[in-house]
Design a protein around this ligand. Structure first.
Ligand code: 4UU
Length: 544
């Protein structure tokens, strides 16, 4: 057998030599990040205005902002602060300042509904939020103290219009008392539904963030050093999600790369930004890859001269998207990466050397990570070439779910193995292929949607007796949520009524996009929704 697979234990190991992670138990992720020294190159750039700060300035800024947050806002170690923020240069600065104080950050999608924000605020016990103007009312109604983060980088204007933020950011408070932070302390609470049920808080420690920085980002990027080039990354992925957070808020900053931050993804803007800032690396989700390819067809190749690598992750990439991209931009490397919120995005990445033929693989196991492929009927561990549920183990794996020992026990099994809920196999060279998903989550443009969350909203409607949600495949978005609804007999509830009802209560990306009226929801004798059966009904209703 190959050196990276043991037929006795069934364990797959990384093909790469282990990386020495810091062992000091009293090391926080910010000290680890800034232990990598960089100089005057731009660290963060705003794609709209060109406003930028260097790596040196970033480090000073994080210290001074932490002091501001400590003195002006009274944030202390262990306090939970939420970021309900779109992408901006401020996002990483605020995140890093908060966790350097030992505070815990919980991120939310800025398009979240009041109900979604309320749930997370109460579960995480959030007392303070940094947010954009459009979410102030929602948060204030929940009695959360709010700091508005400006859209501009004009500090004279900010001083007048938003003195509180100005004080936090720009006034000098000297030093902050540096608390003792342990690697094992929680730094972030990200939201994910895991393999089943409603969305839950994923507890990520400073150790997890350090692992993600060292094993995923720094390691992958070290394979991609082009002599004479400095790496310029385009950050169009949402920073509130683990994929964007691990890359752009921590890992790439520790590496000294330049990150050009876009407020939101727009394919036409992206093309201009790539040309203007000479972007070399562009991490995407599959719908972004498709939109980019489509736009690129009508554009002169010169525009993309700087682009070296596009990396896709968070959802399956279809063969069609891959082929289309390779034809349109043949000089650009295309790789995939795979990870989860629960693994702090550490998982697998494609590498430079694997050109051709393996585009549909998500790559090789990251250093220090191990995996098993488990046969779900017999429970046995499978060798290369065989499909089963993927389990992973390593320093990226979360501490557990917030206030939910039962869900933690179901997800982290046999001591330390994280069940991914993905069906996968390793080929004879150790490349991983994700072929299916057995967990309940729906992936809409790479974002998670938990069927259980939508089901709870649906059954809160007075005219709905029962409901179940599943995914339907969709070329552009990957998957869309479909609701099966049982109406009260007398009801005059239409499909559109159901769609509107849900849309009013969830973030736009999570809304139900199709409704099927049924007389009952297929369930097991124990009352569990038979999701496979739903999928079968769906295929039948489409083909008929
Ligand atoms: C098929 O989506 C993420 C993390 C994405 C990520 C991390 C490191 C992308 C690239 C990278 O290098 O996290 P979650 O928690 O939102 O969703 C995790 C789930 C996985 O279990 C799997 O079902 O998202 C799916 N997924 C993928 N599926 C993630 N990446 C892929 C992929 N192909 N490349």
């Amino acid at each position: 057998p190959p050196f990276w697979f043991s037929p006795i234990t069934g364990i797959y190991s990384s093909k790469f030599p282990s990386i020495h992670l810091p062992v000091d138990p009293n090391l926080d992720a910010i000290s680890a990040l800034f232990s990598h020294r960089h100089h005057g190159d731009a660290a963060l750039v705003d794609s709209l205005t060109g406003f930028s700060i260097s790596h040196t300035e970033l480090q000073i800024m994080v210290q001074s902002m932490a002091a501001g947050i400590y003195h002006v806002l009274g944030v202390r170690q262990g306090d939970v602060v939420s970021l309900v923020l779109p992408n901006s240069v401020y996002f990483p600065m605020i995140f890093l300042s908060l966790i350097s104080l030992g505070a815990i950050v919980t991120t939310m999608n800025p398009s979240s509904s009041l109900g979604e924000i309320k749930k997370q605020v109460s579960e995480c016990n959030v007392g303070l939020a940094f947010t954009s103007a459009e979410n102030v009312d929602k948060l204030s109604s929940l009695e959360v103290r709010v700091i508005i983060v400006p859209e501009s980088y004009d500090f004279d204007l900010i001083r007048i219009e938003n003195p509180k933020f100005y004080a936090v950011m720009k006034e000098s408070f000297g030093f902050v008392p540096k608390p003792l932070i342990k690697q094992d302390d929680v730094a972030a609470i990200m939201y994910s539904s895991g393999t089943t049920g409603a969305t839950k808080g994923v507890l990520l420690t400073h150790r997890n963030l350090i692992a993600s920085m060292e094993l995923f980002v720094r390691f992958e990027a070290s394979q991609y050093e082009y002599p004479g080039w400095s790496n310029v990354y385009l950050a169009a992925l949402p920073l509130c999600h683990i994929y964007g957070l691990s890359l752009f808020v921590m890992g790439l900053l520790s590496l000294g790369s330049t990150i050009v931050v876009m407020r939101r993804f727009d394919a036409s803007d992206v093309i201009n930004v790539i040309e203007r800032f000479k972007i070399t690396h562009f991490p995407v989700v599959p719908p972004m890859l498709m939109a980019l390819t489509k736009k690129a067809k009508g554009v002169c190749g010169e525009v993309f001269k700087s682009l070296k690598q596009v990396s896709s992750g968070a959802a399956p990439l279809s063969r069609k998207f891959i082929e289309d991209f390779l034809q349109t931009l043949p000089h650009v490397d295309l790789i995939q990466g795979y990870g989860m919120t629960e693994s702090t995005a550490v998982g697998t990445r494609g590498f430079n050397s694997e050109k051709l033929s393996r585009y549909s693989s998500v790559g090789l196991l990251a250093p220090n990570m191990q995996a098993k492929v488990v046969d779900w009927s017999s429970g046995s561990f499978l060798p290369p070439g065989n499909r089963g549920e993927l389990w992973v183990q390593g320093p990226g794996v979360m501490k557990g779910y917030l206030n939910n020992p039962k869900a933690t026990q179901m997800s982290i099994v046999e001591d330390s193995w994280l069940r991914t809920g993905d069906i996968a196999y390793f080929d004879e060279d150790g490349y991983l292929f994700i072929v299916d998903r057995i967990k309940e989550i729906i992936k809409y443009k790479g974002f998670q949607i938990a069927p259980a969350d939508l089901e709870a909203v649906l059954v809160s409607h007075p005219l709905i007796i029962d409901a179940a949600v599943t995914a339907a495949p969709n070329e552009e978005c990957g998957e869309i949520p479909v609701a099966f609804v049982v109406r009260r007999q007398e009801a005059t509830l239409s499909e559109q009524d159901v769609i509107s009802y849900v849309a009013a209560q969830v973030a736009p990306y999570r809304k139900v996009r199709k409704v099927v009226m049924v007389s009952s929801i297929p369930k097991s004798p124990t009352g569990k929704i038979l999701r496979k059966e739903l999928k079968r009904i769906l295929t039948k209703s489409v083909s008929s």
